[in-house]
Write a protein that binds this ligand. Structure first.
Ligand SMILES: Cc1cc2nc3c(=O)[nH]c(=O)nc-3n(C[C@H](O)[C@H](O)[C@H](O)COP(=O)(O)OP(=O)(O)OC[C@H]3O[C@@H](n4cnc5c(N)ncnc54)[C@H](O)[C@@H]3O)c2cc1C
Ligand code: SF4
Ligand code: SF4
Length: 476
């Protein structure tokens, strides 16, 4: 370590508020090499790295930070890619759970672990190709090209399976494709998937399970297992009058089209917008509307600012970027005849505690008022689209995305598995664990032992897991 030890983080370069509100360009910029080395040198290289333990895919961040600190960016990139096939995506968009648990968080500021991943990808040779075991021609179908499906594809292909990845949309990425471009530029998925070129992998886009084919058909066609990684990709509805009016957008559709087809989809830009919701998706929608539309943007939420589930980063984002906020309001009706002309809301307050002591939000009679707007964006959560899926799958959807109820997320029909999760890296972790369960299931059928994850670059029998690796909570 050179020079005096820095307690505080090397500042991450970012656009000023004035610069960022006029376009969708990325807010955060990468460190230059010197800044990255300086920041990495703050890492204590802990014997028990809580950062690694906190990462849902146990990314060896301690390892790549060590290499960055020495200016050895090629080695840093390789360590990053060893356990993380979506590193280009995650180095800009991960919610960096690792940083919360970094020991430095309590003694100044945590190491900029995510941003150092970005430095390793940017300055190191990151255009490597993964090296799978020779294909045995054993077919597995993965339905859903989001992070859970992509991660499972990576795990299975590395182990020598022949995977077909089916995706309903014309592109891979799942909900990653809805992340605004001021967070994620747009071609990161392609960059990551390019490292899959040596796999026995067929990607089929624009085909929807339940419409174009069914899980049972796939099993009949000779797939040994099917993984349903379809996420919670349909928008939740408010079920209030006026929701069908022109001028009403659902956040998922709004954000997807803002990235893929802004001119054609958004139309006129002189809009006065109300966003309904208090999560990160609502904040993304408000900040995107702020950039595309010239009129005021307001977030209306049914609880207080303090109770809003959105992350600190997103709250700060809407505040700095001039989005207005109204607390304690519930939508009653979207007004208008041929187009949105206003939003009828009522004041809310906390009701009496229920059996578990939780106080629900109730509307206060006689407090209705009309909020001025001609555009409403609804961010009322997401649900799974299970149209055309057989009931015998016996799926549960307590958190939106469908999951099998059996061990390793096995479904009610043999050979079919389903899982997902709440963020990119958690969904990837679900993809890993489900792939392990699928491999164990096929191994049992074939009378062999499960295949441990091979070295992703073919340089050894298997990947040495970093210190701090936590075993899955279930056994096969
Ligand atoms: C606006 C927004 C911003 C977000 N920002 C972040 C962020 O910054 N960081 C972060 O970590 N997480 C973020 N998330 C959450 C994260 O994107 C999700 O948790 C994650 O993508 C879930 O992964 P998944 O693979 O389980 O499902 P999904 O990403 O939903 O992928 C499921 C895929 O299955 C496809 N599919 C669905 N049904 C079918 C079918 N019947 N047949 C074929 N294909 C089908 C879908 O088209 C989709 O591509 C964000 C989410 C949203 C909506
Ligand atoms: S993937 Fe996310 S949680 Fe894991 S080390 Fe990287 S930034 Fe941290
Ligand atoms: S916990 Fe923080 S200081 Fe310790 S190894 Fe991880 S990043 Fe470095």
């Amino acid at each position: 370590m050179s020079g005096a030890y820095r307690q505080t983080r090397v500042e991450i370069p970012e656009l000023t508020v004035e610069q960022r509100c006029s376009h969708m360009g990325e807010i955060l910029h990468s460190y230059d090499k010197e800044e990255a080395i300086l920041e990495a040198q703050r890492c204590l290289q802990c014997a028990m790295p809580f950062c690694v333990q906190a990462c849902p895919i146990t990314q060896d961040c301690k390892g790549y930070i060590d290499k960055v600190a020495q200016g050895r960016f090629d080695e840093a990139a390789k360590i990053t890619l060893l356990g993380n096939p979506l590193a280009t995506v995650l180095c800009k968009s991960c919610y960096h759970y690792c940083e919360e648990d970094c020991v430095k968080a309590g003694r100044g500021t945590s190491i900029a672990i995510r941003h150092l991943k970005r430095a390793s990808m940017q300055f190191g040779s990151s255009d490597l190709l993964y090296v799978p075991l020779p294909s045995r021609g054993e077919k597995v179908a993965v339905v859903g090209g989001g992070p859970a499906g992509i991660m499972a594809t990576w795990e299975l292909c590395l182990r020598g399976y022949s995977v077909t990845l089916f995706e309903a949309q014309p592109f891979l990425g799942g909900q990653i494709e809805t992340i605004p471009k001021y967070h994620l530029d747009g071609d990161e998925i392609e960059v990551d998937i390019a490292r899959f070129r040596n796999f026995d992998l067929k990607i089929v886009t624009g085909k929807k399970c339940g419409v174009d084919f069914t899980p049972e058909q796939l099993m009949q066609e000779g797939y040994l297992a099917v993984y349903l990684a379809i996420g919670a990709s349909a928008p939740g509805l408010l079920k209030i009058p006026g929701e069908e009016l022109p001028g009403v957008f659902h956040a998922l559709t709004f954000l997807l089209n803002s990235n893929h087809n802004p001119k054609g989809f958004l139309g006129r830009t002189d809009r006065t917008t109300i966003v309904i919701g208090g999560g990160d998706v609502a904040m993304d929608a408000a900040r995107t509307a702020r950039r595309f539309f010239s009129g005021p943007v307001t977030v209306a939420y049914r609880r207080s600012w303090e109770e809003m589930p959105a992350t600190e980063e997103e709250r700060e984002g809407i505040t700095l970027e001039g989005v207005q906020f109204i607390a304690w309001r519930a939508p009653i009706k979207i007004l208008g005849k041929d187009h949105v002309e206003g939003l009828l809301v009522a004041r809310t307050e906390l009701g009496p505690p229920d059996a578990r002591g939780k106080r629900a939000v109730i509307t206060v009679p006689g407090t209705e008022e009309v909020l001025d707007c001609d555009t409403v964006i609804i961010a009322a959560g997401q649900v799974a689209d299970l149209d055309g899926f057989p009931k015998e799958l016996d799926l549960k959807t307590p958190r939106g995305w469908p999951e099998g109820k059996g061990e390793g997320w096995a479904c009610g029909m043999e050979g079919i598995f389903a899982s997902g999760n709440k963020s990119i890296v958690y969904a990837m972790s679900a993809g890993t664990r489900t792939a392990e369960a699928i491999d164990a299931y096929i191994a049992r059928k074939k009378g062999r032992t499960p295949i441990p994850r091979p070295h992703p670059f073919g340089e050894g029998p298997s990947v040495p897991l970093p210190t701090g690796y936590g075993e899955p909570s279930w056994t096969l």
